[in-house]
Design a protein around this ligand. Structure first.
Ligand code: GLU
Length: 548
């Protein structure tokens, strides 16, 4: 056992360049002046160059909760794993989240509690590590990878927990002389926590999402500083969240098992514990089982997937609120006009089993959202998207502004609102029947079998002769009925049902011939509205040019 004095000597031996104290550091991070009930939260991603949808999910929770009660939402970059880091990774995060309207009050872009990138805070971690060593709460460990795996093998043979703890933690009792010897030999070392926990002792803990939980105390001498001088997640988390004045840590469930360790770290560092909320990660159903949405397996785990296809960002946020708090759906139906920001998100209402990320449901929310917009809004939003991802669409939208808005306005009012646009990419599909260069690529569908080619010609000719662009929908349909009745296609559906053999078909078949003649397709939005938007010239040209 080292004496107190030896611990201080050990600290000086390990960190000769560190001459600041923890008090010096605390002075640079004064207590925040907050209103009662305000939150200071942070989103703390690693800059891997990949933005997972789970990041949008977690940062939305953070941003939304702060917006509800006031406070500060911080973006902290956790780049302590040099292997996972990618150049430009920070921009991927900031720009990606910004597409969803998620911005931060403090980040690399500014703030008084920085630096907000962990690799720029290495000196701070060293001060705290030195402090812990001097108090006997941490020590250097020179065990090599081989020695560590030998320990693990031995533990497996003995059928006990693997890890660096208790009697297996051979460097925790090392003398000053032993350490000096290793240092002189130039051996690499890490700094480990000297845990005083007892794994057989259970304690209770309240998580803001999971509620009351029972844990066993930590007894692992985990690494705090790696041999390259970088902190581990655990050490940096406790120090940074304290210095930055965070009062609620919202993070994914994968960190839940580390709670006992983090509580011990707060205690050994003499810091107050911060509240935790552990949110389950986004899950996916596969073969009837839930599994984590995976960056490797699921294209929809990648934020870029949604941005490139133009899923409306707000609809995605609405969908996320839906799976966070199940009462959102009712709130939405009762408050159609209100923005999602008015909804009160509650951690206590989170689904404890985890949120299922279901593309079908997400697309439903997108459809409903686009259906709630005006044609002009759809035009504007798809133009913003196209400016990044679809230059042809930009050209089309800009050169045919009025026509495009009119197309997008079809079936946008009244009882039957179109729901064919899920994402901005789909706007192209809504346009295809109206632009000759696009409709050239549509494969002509067949007219109904019961209409022979002579009747097809008759229908088209007669319609052309009677067509008046100024007709309202009733007059327009009346003309189609008349043509149908003349040719043996009845508008009396009851009569048709009773004795179908008396008729060639129904008036719907007549409308179908016109639909196909005008658009090549058997399924389109409301035909009257389509014709109104096409206008006389296009309607006549297409009908005249129609050959089966
Ligand atoms: N960098 C950690 C992660 O990406 C952050 C976890 C946390 O929010 O504390 O998982």
């Amino acid at each position: 056992m080292r004496t107190n004095d030896e611990n201080v000597q050990l600290a000086n031996l390990l960190f000769p360049q560190v001459n600041q104290s923890t008090e010096d550091i605390f002075k640079k991070y004064p207590k925040r002046e907050l209103n009662e009930g305000s939150l200071v939260v942070r989103f703390a991603p690693s800059p891997t160059g990949f933005l997972h949808m789970g990041s949008v999910f977690t940062s939305l929770i953070n941003r939304k909760l702060v917006d509800q009660v006031g406070g500060v939402c911080i973006l902290r970059i956790e780049d302590t794993d040099k292997e996972r880091e990618i150049e430009g990774g920070i921009d991927v995060i900031i720009n990606g989240l910004s597409e969803f309207g998620i911005e931060f009050d403090e980040s690399v872009q500014g703030g008084e509690y920085g630096p907000y990138v962990q690799s720029q805070r290495l000196d701070i971690y060293k001060v705290f590590a030195k402090d812990l060593v001097s108090k006997g709460f941490a020590y250097p460990c020179f065990a090599s990878e081989e020695e560590l795996s030998e320990i693990r093998e031995k533990q497996s043979e003995l059928s006990v927990r693997t890890g660096y703890y208790g009697e297996f933690a051979k460097w925790r009792e090392s003398s000053l002389e032993e350490v000096r010897g290793e240092l002189e030999g130039g051996k690499e070392f890490v700094i480990r926590l000297c845990s005083t926990g007892d794994n057989s002792v259970k304690f209770e803990f309240d998580d803001e999402i999971k509620g009351r939980c029972t844990f066993a105390q930590n007894d692992m001498d985990v690494v705090l500083l790696k041999s390259d001088g970088y902190p581990t997640y655990h050490f940096a988390h406790v120090i940074d969240d304290t210095l930055m004045g965070v009062n609620l840590v919202i993070r994914t469930y994968e960190w839940f098992p580390s709670v006992p360790l983090h509580l011990e770290l707060f205690e050994k560092l003499g810091l107050s514990v911060i509240k935790y909320a552990h949110a389950s990660p986004l899950m996916k159903m596969e073969d009837g089982k839930r599994r984590k949405l995976s960056k490797r397996k699921d294209p929809e785990a990648d934020v870029r997937f949604f941005l490139e296809k133009g899923y409306p960002a707000i609809a995605i946020l609405e969908y996320f609120l839906n799976i966070m708090n199940s009462n959102f759906a009712d709130w939405r139906t009762q408050n159609l006009q209100l923005p999602y920001t008015e909804f009160k998100l509650k951690l206590k209402k989170f689904n404890k089993a985890g949120a299922l990320f279901d593309m079908v449901k997400l697309e439903d929310v997108c459809k409903e959202y686009v259906a709630s917009l005006s044609a002009k809004e759809v035009y504007d939003m798809s133009l913003v998207w196209a400016q990044k991802f679809d230059s042809e669409l930009v050209k089309r939208l800009e050169e045919n502004r009025e026509l495009c808005i009119n197309i997008l306005n079809i079936e946008r009012e009244g009882s039957k609102i179109r729901k064919d646009i899920i994402k901005w990419e789909d706007v192209n599909m809504a346009f295809e029947i109206f632009f000759d260069d696009m409709s050239d690529d549509i494969v002509l569908e067949s007219v109904p079998e019961n209409v022979d080619s002579k009747d097809v010609g008759e229908i088209v000719d007669r319609f052309l002769n009677s067509y008046d662009e100024g007709d309202d929908v009733t007059a327009w349909f009346e003309k189609i009925k008349v043509i149908g009745n003349d040719l043996g296609f009845t508008s009396d559906y009851k009569a048709y049902k009773e004795s179908p053999s008396e008729f060639k078909g129904k008036v719907g078949d007549v409308a179908m011939v016109l639909r196909i003649a005008l658009t090549k397709k058997s399924q389109t939005p409301d035909l009257y509205q389509v014709m109104q938007v096409m206008g006389k010239e296009m309607v006549e040209a297409r009908l005249r040019g129609f050959v089966i």
